[in-house]
Design a protein around this ligand. Structure first.
Ligand code: GLC
Length: 416
């Protein structure tokens, strides 16, 4: 099928999924109407930060007005201080899932979570708001919030305070950082959630939490997105002749990028790792996040080459039949199938996600590796044609898992 025909067909599907997953109502606590696309119409019935940004990027291909509405709806819940939560619990559902209570400051009925997620909005807004700058100052305030609250060592890199802030919830990086290398499910759950429980006790006060240093990860994907999103803000400010802000954000991005390229590169393994704790130890486990820095403008020379030739194209690591697995194939944590315990789900432990692929493919194209990128897109189309827009896929067989008609899997449209 020619590309344009395929794109038209996929857009038709995306439009359908987005309208089927749309939830609307009236929020008493915000005293406002709300309308948003949920990631899926089962279980994930709230508004998530980076899902919303991804939905908006897809929408920018066929309905810019709707794309803007999604972002504006999300920004309605921005805190006075600029903070953006990872989830907004719109709706009248009285009882929320248990994790909603753990990840939110003490409340009978939380309105938003008290943690954040990768700040993809800058990138989304640059795609959508070519001329209209309605959201720019609000997003700038969120970036300022990140700097003021999450860079306690002042190196330019942002620390996350919970695995879920990475958007890759149970990625093995966080168990390595917590010094538990076992595979026992209950222990794993405890390892992943114990920081959240402490955060709750410290009322999600970022400065205090980072001072205590029990969970402090300068995570690769989060920071890569943050850096490029900051660059988007800088370019947008330039366009409207606000050169002071534009320069300020350009410098912020540069400082953070330099820190990431220096501190997170392991010269022995020749790959990137997230660093954790105030002593900045490396969490040595190869995951899709190790490939995320490909999305950085400033990744050049031998680091770029090694990352691609030694790891991305390595059949024992990331070059599986349906790339890119969330965990490299030669890691002891690699598990390509769906999580065996359906109810107690452990995510991001091997399968391929369309969202992280989007970032890596965009990165490959940025650096001129177009034929590798096109090859990956072909495999992604194959999975989607066969299995539909699933939440994630088996990196070896392409089998689709968990939620159907999953919102951000339509990101394939942005890669065509
Ligand atoms: C899962 C993912 C997270 C995503 C959310 C909603 O928790 O790990 O990244 O935002 O689902 O799709």
């Amino acid at each position: 099928m020619p590309h344009s025909e395929l794109k038209t067909k996929l857009i038709k599907n995306a439009r359908q999924i987005f309208s089927d997953n749309t939830i609307r109502g009236f929020s008493k606590w915000k005293n406002t109407e709300f309308k948003f696309i949920a990631p899926s119409n089962k279980e994930y019935v709230f508004q998530w930060l980076w899902d919303t940004a991804f939905h908006a990027i897809v929408l920018s291909h066929f309905d810019t007005k709707w794309a803007k509405e999604e972002i504006l709806n999300f920004l309605k819940a921005q805190g006075e201080d600029g903070f953006l939560p990872h989830i907004i619990f719109w709706g009248s559902k009285k009882r929320l899932p248990h994790w909603a209570y753990i990840e939110s400051a003490i409340s009978i009925r939380p309105r938003t979570s008290s943690i954040t997620q990768p700040p993809v909005f800058g990138i989304a807004v640059e795609e959508i708001y070519k001329r209209d700058k309605e959201t720019l100052d609000k997003l700038a305030r969120h970036h300022k919030w990140l700097i003021d609250n999450r860079d306690n060592d002042n190196d330019g890199l942002i620390s996350i305070i919970s695995p879920n802030e990475s958007g890759m919830d149970e990625l093995p990086v966080f168990q390595v950082a917590a010094n538990y290398t076992g595979q026992q499910t209950t222990r794993l759950h405890y390892t992943y959630r114990k920081g959240d429980l402490k955060n709750y006790r410290y009322k999600f006060n970022s400065k205090k939490i980072l001072e205590k240093d029990y969970f402090n990860v300068e995570e690769l994907l989060f920071n890569t997105v943050y850096i490029e999103s900051t660059r988007s803000l800088s370019r947008l400010y330039k366009e409207i002749n606000r050169t002071k802000e534009s320069e300020e954000f350009r410098k912020i991005a540069e400082k953070a990028e330099k820190a990431l390229l220096d501190k997170c590169w392991d010269s022995k393994d020749e790959i990137f790792y997230s660093v954790y704790s105030s002593t900045e130890k490396m969490a040595k486990v190869k995951t899709a996040a190790s490939l995320a820095p490909l999305f950085l403008e400033g990744l050049k020379g031998s680091k770029l080459e090694k990352l691609i030739k030694k790891h991305l194209l390595n059949e024992n690591e990331f070059w599986t039949p349906y790339p890119f697995p969330s965990v490299a194939k030669d890691e002891p944590y690699y598990y390509p199938n769906d999580t065996p315990l359906y109810k107690i789900k452990l995510l991001w432990r091997g399968p391929t996600w369309i969202s992280t692929n989007w970032l890596i493919v965009k990165g490959l194209r940025k650096h001129g590796y177009n034929s590798i990128a096109d090859g990956v897109v072909m495999r992604m189309i194959e999975m989607i044609e066969k299995e539909g827009f699933r939440e994630y896929y088996n990196p070896e067989t392409g089998e689709g898992y968990r939620r159907q008609n999953f919102g951000w899997s339509t990101l394939i449209i942005d890669l065509l």
